[in-house]
Write a protein that binds this ligand. Sequence first.
Ligand SMILES: NC(=O)c1ccc[n+]([C@@H]2O[C@H](COP(=O)([O-])OP(=O)(O)OC[C@H]3O[C@@H](n4cnc5c(N)ncnc54)[C@H](OP(=O)(O)O)[C@@H]3O)[C@@H](O)[C@H]2O)c1
Length: 271
Amino acid sequence: MPSYQGRSKALARTFPDSTLAITYGATNAQFSGAYAEYAVPLARMMAPNPKNLDFVEAASTPIVAVTAWQLLLEYAQVTRGQTALILGAAGNVGAYAVQLASHAGVHVIAVAGAANRQYLTTLGAEGVVDYKTERLEDSLTGVDVVLDTVGGETQQRALRVLKRGGILVSVLSRVPERLEEQYGVRAAYFYVEVTTARLNTISELFETGKLVTEVGTVLPLDQASRDARRRAAQAWQDCAEHGVSEAVSIQSRRMIPRRTARITASVRSRT
Ligand SMILES: NC(=O)c1ccc[n+]([C@@H]2O[C@H](COP(=O)([O-])OP(=O)(O)OC[C@H]3O[C@@H](n4cnc5c(N)ncnc54)[C@H](OP(=O)(O)O)[C@@H]3O)[C@@H](O)[C@H]2O)c1
């Protein structure tokens, strides 16, 4: 990538006492400041790039792959042989969750549009429920774990297919306590924490071929910010139409264009 090399040299001139490390990760807890040619990230949220990924692939992965890791292994704490229902399985987070679950020996049922059936089967899903034409509760029951990247009505319907004592983990919204009690299930919500240790784990999974990336549209920076604003406006409109306000206000502030890669260089001082 010639422009990157050129910038690396410029950085080296600007910071002559530093070594240049090729890293990936997130800028800070708010994920702000990354729509820029240069960003100053927190070192504790960065790690060396996976060796087998190019810059664009590496830049596209940290937040969504770490989210999937935390969903599955830290919050749901899946074990081999369990069945996991993954809502939004063809999305950025969902597709990593499918791969991680499959590698952990978990039976994966993916909820996604029919167009993604083949893609998800390739990633390891054993079944695909088309959310546009099928109702979860018509074909499923006794699921151990639900991983929710969709929220709303889909989340509420998924509670009905969980077995008693099962767990739903969401990155969208909290499940009301009364519903946990009604269905005899547990629920958790969290906001992703990108750390060097988690990124190193993700890197190892890429380097050993257990995770693969799927980069979609790559936009120049000026278009990326416009695209984010357009998507935020669309999200507000969708929510207004569905009478939801709180969940979307969170999403639109933190919105990252779908499958848009960003490149961040970090400079580490020589010790
Ligand atoms: N809390 C956190 O820390 C955290 C971290 C990362 C992401 N998130 C949030 O998690 C959500 C997912 O992120 P993402 O990057 O994976 O988004 P994404 O790439 O846009 O994926 C969303 C997927 O959900 C699918 N979908 C939409 N409605 C559905 C339904 N009713 N049932 C099943 N699937 C449905 C979409 O399919 P179509 O293409 O057919 O529409 C799409 O494939 C976003 O809202 C994001 O803000 C939260």
